[in-house]
Design a protein around this ligand. Sequence first.
Ligand code: HEM
Length: 404
Amino acid sequence: MTIPTAPAPAPLPVQPPTGCPFDPPAAFDALRTEQPISKISLPDGSWAWLATRYHDIRAILGDTRFSSDTTLHGYPLSGMTGGGNTQNRGFIRRDPPEHTRLRRMVTREFMVKRVEALRPEIQRITDELCDAMERDGGPVDLVEALALPVPSLVISLLLGVPYDDHEVFQRLTGTLLSRTVADEEREAARIELRDYLDRLVTAKEAAPGDDILGRLITEQQQTGEITHDEVAAFAALLLIAGHETTANMIGLSALTLMRDPESAERLRRDPGLIRGAVEELLRFHSIIRNGPRRVATTDIEIDGHLIRAGEGVVAAVPSANRDEAVFPDADRLDITRPNAQHHVAFGYGIHQCLGQALARVELQVVLATLLRRFPAMRPAVPVDEIPFRTDMAIYGCHALPVTW
Ligand code: HEM
């Protein structure tokens, strides 16, 4: 174990309450140039390394000597939300060989081909929600009317979770991911979600359906590969990882295009540009604002710095994606940027986002539909009155009032 050394490092930069709501903390720019591997203090008084350059972050996330196991001594849990539970944690918080074994059980569910086959269904869900918005006439909160329900409906459908329960999920995952709720409240939400999923898996054991949980039960649980609790842990991971992230990307991206009529018009004229535009929006927004995080399992040198076994690392993905060395004019949104798809918004290495193909299709369908059906959509309040999620681990807007 390494004892923190004086002087005390600066805290992890977080989203400033003022300034451009789309930009990552300005402190990252200076750190990338002057101190790309630096020490930061965490809320509980411990410290971790902060990596801010694209190449260093890929080196760290691509190196399995850096562990994702939150139960290991030195893992920088402090100030990180939603990931602290050590019991029955999903494979996102495990290392090989366990990570490999578990991830493999659901890989095919999220392959590009499988996800592309869902496109018509995602379009149908989106169209129905847009019909409801049109009937309402506006103004509406786009987060509530579209951004949250689309990914929530899609992941509930894939897992076989009854849609009637989606409000429970949004409340519980919101609490789990909040930076401001008290520890007791977060713990209560975790227990409530665990109990719900436990009941759901029990119901599915009696009648497994044609869905991800049903297949996990018949192919893995009934053959003795995994337990009832592990099926429930899969459900928890996929539900939480699968809807809050995409929902926030939808909200932020829609707002960005409302404020950038030139890009919006190009996309309306040439819908084929939407795939590249989504990559650029993922790069530009990098909604995972304080991670991913790792702990070194052995002494490792990164860019001339010795990171010792047991020391924690925060890989600042939003900073990597604004690294001028890789993305020239990085603070500008350019929907035809040639290398936008090299962003690390989905992470990098063995833990790279399992649901990325799904997130991409959801974003492509929702944004293209909004541009086509609501060409005059605009924020219904001044931008400085939009409540941005400066208090959450996943950045976005709490609400986005729009009119058209
Ligand atoms: C992992 C981002 C959507 C499921 C990750 C990681 C990132 C990320 C950065 C890496 C975490 C790490 O290295 O520790 C995002 C973003 C999304 C999104 C920005 C939306 C725009 C989704 C969706 C699903 C999903 C729709 C669907 C189920 C997962 C899972 C992992 C993961 C299961 C863990 C993978 C592993 O540990 O092997 N995501 N994600 N994500 N994501 Fe996503």
